[in-house]
Design a protein around this ligand. Structure first.
Ligand SMILES: *[C@@H]1O[C@H](CO)[C@@H](O)[C@H](O)[C@H]1NC(C)=O
Ligand SMILES: *[C@@H]1O[C@H](CO)[C@@H](O)[C@H](O)[C@H]1NC(C)=O
Ligand SMILES: *[C@@H]1O[C@H](CO)[C@@H](O)[C@H](O)[C@H]1NC(C)=O
Ligand SMILES: *[C@@H]1O[C@H](CO)[C@@H](O)[C@H](O)[C@H]1NC(C)=O
Ligand SMILES: *[C@@H]1O[C@H](CO)[C@@H](O)[C@H](O)[C@H]1NC(C)=O
Ligand SMILES: CC(=O)N[C@H]1CO[C@H](CO)[C@@H](O)[C@@H]1O
Ligand SMILES: [Cu+2]
Length: 226
């Protein structure tokens, strides 16, 4: 992103249709025409240059949103070349509003995902899915190495900012972001609506969902304070 930020500024009008960009961890690549191809927006080959992210400790995902609202979901696949196998949900559907910088804070890859023990140095690919223009999905992937070392506060903060007016509602719905329309009312379950109604009850409701239950609860609390 550091390398491309200057051209992005220059080309800003031309990039109005760029859907969304995954700035950190840096995406494999972005191609406006292929952004709707599952998985990874047309980039099938893992990057040889992986970004180190912490295992079992919080990290941010920094996105650059080019729509005024979007449904956002974060998936992860474990291994050196996950192909289309993004088997774990790191963050269920988030309803985001407002253009430009959007940070998904407090992301955590737990030491155990499903029945997989994640070890220091294991590789993985994180995929951010949003809804399309107006149908289908938009996809961006980042290849990472999971390290048993937390991010420093300065590293975290350097990759987590929200533009003024950007808001997010966290849900615990199972809906995939690419299955919901671009409208203001994505298809969600009753529990999703409840999750945004009260941080406290949301935390209780999602606890059974284990790995990301706490995060969703925290997220709802954050959303409630916005
Ligand atoms: C939609 O995304 C899910 C994962 O969230 C994926 O399994 C599915 O293949 C995608 N659908 C299409 C049509 O690409
Ligand atoms: C992770 O990927 C890198 C290349 O990006 C590779 O050098 C390394 O061996 C991989 N780690 C494991 C545990 O396979
Ligand atoms: C490798 O990744 C780092 C951090 O993501 C980035 O700063 C650097 O420019 C990348 N290098 C190459 C050759 O892509
Ligand atoms: C940005 O907003 C998101 C969602 O509400 C939150 O997770 C994140 O912590 C915020 N980050 C900053 C730096 O405000
Ligand atoms: C994961 O680690 C736990 C605790 O060390 C162990 O009991 C379990 O058998 C491991 N599971 C796998 C699939 O290796
Ligand atoms: C479990 C639960 O409390 N479900 C409620 C969620 O909210 C809807 C209305 O938005 C209620 O109808 C459900 O009973
Ligand atoms: Cu778009």
């Amino acid at each position: 992103m550091r390398l491309t930020s200057a051209p992005l500024v220059l080309l800003a009008p031309a990039l109005a249709s760029a859907h969304f960009l995954m700035d950190w961890p840096p995406a494999r690549g972005f191609n406006d025409d292929k952004a709707g191809e599952y998985p990874c927006g047309g980039f099938d080959t893992p990057s040889s240059n992986r970004t180190m992210i912490p295992l079992n400790a919080p990290f941010p995902i920094q996105l650059d949103m080019h729509h005024t609202e979007a449904n956002v979901q974060v998936l992860i696949g474990l291994g050196n070349d996950v192909g289309p196998a993004f088997n774990y949900v790191l963050r269920p559907l988030v309803r985001e509003r407002g253009p430009n910088q959007f940070c998904l804070g407090g992301m955590v890859v737990p030491a155990m995902l499903g029945n997989m023990n994640i070890t220091d140095g294991m590789n993985a690919t994180i995929q951010v899915v949003t809804n399309g223009d107006p149908e289908g999905g938009l996809y961006q992937c980042a290849d990472v190495m999971l390290m048993a070392m937390p991010l420093s506060e300065s590293d975290y903060n350097a990759h987590c900012s929200n533009s003024t007016g950007v808001t997010a509602e966290f849900t615990n719905t199972n809906a995939n972001a690419n299955q919901s329309t671009s409208g203001a009312t994505p298809t969600t379950t009753g529990s999703a609506a409840n999750a945004t109604a009260s941080g406290k009850s949301a935390a209780v409701a999602v606890e059974a969902l284990s790995a990301w239950g706490l995060l969703v609860g925290l997220g709802a609390a954050v959303a409630a304070t916005l």
